[in-house]
Design a protein around this ligand. Sequence first.
Ligand SMILES: [Zn+2]
Ligand SMILES: [Zn+2]
Length: 768
Amino acid sequence: MNTYHIHITGQVQGVGFRPYVYVLAKDFGLTGWVKNSIDGVHIVFNAEITIADDFYKTVLEKAPRLAIITDHHMKSIENQLFTGFKIDHSDENGLADLLVTPDFAICPDCQNEMKDARNRRYGYPFITCTNCGPRFSIIKALPYDRPYTTMDSFLMCPDCKTEYNDPYDRRYFSQTNSCPACTVRILIKSKNAAGDYGKINTDNRFEQIDLITSFLDNGKILAIKGIGGFLLVCDANNSSVIKILRERKHRPTKAFAIMYPDTVAVQRDFIVGENALELMIGPVSPIVLLRPIPGKKPHICSELVAPHLSRVGVMLPYTPLFDLIMQSFGKPIVATSGNLSGSPIVFENHLAEEYLGKIADVIVENDRDIVIPQDDSVIQFSDRSGQKIILRRSRGMAPNYVDGTLDLPHEQILAVGAEMKSTFAHLFNRILYISQYLGDQATYETKRVFEQNVRHCIRLFGSKPARILHDLHPGYLSTQFAAEIAKKDGISLYGIQHHEAHFAAVLGEHKLFGTDHKVLGVIWDGVGYGTDGQVWGGEFFAYQQGKINRLYHVPYFDFILGDKMAREPRISALSISSNDAQLLDMIREKFTRTEWSVYQKMIETGTYLKSSSMGRFFDAAASLILGIDRQSYEGEAAMMLESCATEVFLSDHSEKKDYLQGSETLETDVLRNILKGVRFDLQNGLIQGQIALNVHYSLVMLIKRKATELGFNQLALSGGVFQNALLADLLIEELGDTFTLYFHQKLSPNDECISFGQMMHHIFVETE
Ligand SMILES: [Zn+2]
Ligand SMILES: [Zn+2]
């Protein structure tokens, strides 16, 4: 008999790991203990070597649903004596209690119980267990314990209490435990003829679901409180209610997500890869962008749901309430964040009427309060190579960054990210917390929610950041916020260049820091403040000898008219086409005579900002190829370009042409030469999708040429442009054999990764 020590790292705290090990150890007849610590779960026990091996294997194989094991090992230690097997609740410094687990979708066991008429939780819309339910969103203070959550006002009934205290029960220490006897309550309010909300008097949970279903059937818009906030929902087959929703929400074209009742219904309408399916039915349960089965029309009003796009965002019911509603309604519903376009998601009962009153006919509240708002996470997979691309990291994925092997310092640092797609990162005692997506800080409301979330995080950990990292852009609200805190608390400020932060983020995800690594960072996005004061966005960096250097950027073009340029792709087309008479001829008709002469003069003076933005280049190409001259949100034109190019790419007879092949003035004219190729093919009557595909292909070839020329065989890709799934497929197909490619896997390539990148840059990148 020897004593063994098993150490497991990853997302193993707060997911029912200790009771799981306890029960298993009892089954094996072992003596010893299991406990949580800051660096994972530790198990110490006595056994014969063969039994120890068997136990170790079983612990790993049958780990709880929510556990993510990143590393593990077992070793023999000095012999000790134990009586029985215990769960050790002690933790020398209490730090393990500071790990915050995300909110999780309903688990299959709870789903079955909820549908079982003999079960005491039959039809109960707030059923949870240690394997599912909210966490992050309901935490008021740490440790994660019922009195510190918004479940504190609900008293457990005797039956629930018994489950809570039984290590053999799935609800042992389940902080969200409740049942119809000690229920979380639903309140339904509906608008009367005068437009005022009136409470509907029914406490019966079955009647409530019937009511909600009938509202959906009757073409009403409902605001229903989910895990991270209110979702606005309506019948996805009713075109008139979808049109009304678009009008009331001030969201003319941006796609809506759809919730389907179950996987069978999803697979009837869409191509669902294995990876996508696994994610959708798993604990994260995000929105996944799916392509309709060719030749079949999905059972939704597709053109109104996702205008001009070939993919639709689809999710499954991730809360018991949504599951009950979807079973009863039986058809897909539109399910979009409860907000006005551009504002943060509404999550408080008392603000629902005020903010959503102009949109929703019916409000469905419940009295389990939300502390931390979150939108639904959004993920896509590229069509050919199945490359995973995170478009929004929020519910189910935020906040902790699980990577036991990242060598983080014992320092307290706050990184406030960028401005659009804002997030923040917080380091405390080697716990790296990366916030959920917090919206575009364009409005006062978004800024307020951002600051609230930062303060909540600092309060949770009781931390006192000693440094604050921010973007170099002086105008960003996040930069100003950083300066305010720094001044108030006397902390040092560090500015980090936007695209270097992107690069550091992808390097950090793949742990590529250290002097033996040599990586080319291809960082393409919309806008970022450069160290020369210009608007960067088409950058090539070297990571070498521990340092980052800018080696190349696509040629600068004039950045005129500020934000208007991002809203009107025709302006990018004009700027990039300058000096080319034939291209200019082609786009002249997009402008009035006055506009034309004013804008031309601006470019001629040459005194405006310069830009290497690849986001604006995609706008220019979309303006030329598809005639999109105005867009209602950033990236719309680029998404449409990707969409039509992908259709040709996936067809049997796609060819690819490199518009830069043989061009002589490569360095200075790269972008313009691609547009010249576009013009040539348009005049020869080539179809739009083929030309759009050629543009994508030319860019991939540009990356290949540059990487070869600069002598790199490892490429790291980041920036909003790499949300483009076609680009990922082409990179993998054309470069995958000769280059090692690093894509983001845990974070989004868009500006959501900036806060993490700032942190990685500050810790791991050497600066002069
Ligand atoms: Zn469960
Ligand atoms: Zn109960």
